[in-house]
Design a protein around this ligand. Sequence first.
Ligand SMILES: [Zn+2]
Length: 76
Amino acid sequence: MLTIKCAACKRKLWKYDKIGKGHILRCYKERIIKVYSYEKEGNKIKCLCGKPIGIDKGKHINMISRSFTYTGTKRH
Ligand SMILES: [Zn+2]
């Protein structure tokens, strides 16, 4: 399980069940286990500090690289 955090303010955004190796390019909503905080503005996903994190594409969020960090382990 990964905890996704804002790169700018380190606030926790959500907990994500990442399967497999590799970079996080998308977060599938069905695998977002817990939401801590984020804001939506249209289809834009932002941290509460205002930093854009991703774009809501319906079933998944396209993540903006370098806008977030994460801690935890990926599932193989
Ligand atoms: Zn932030």
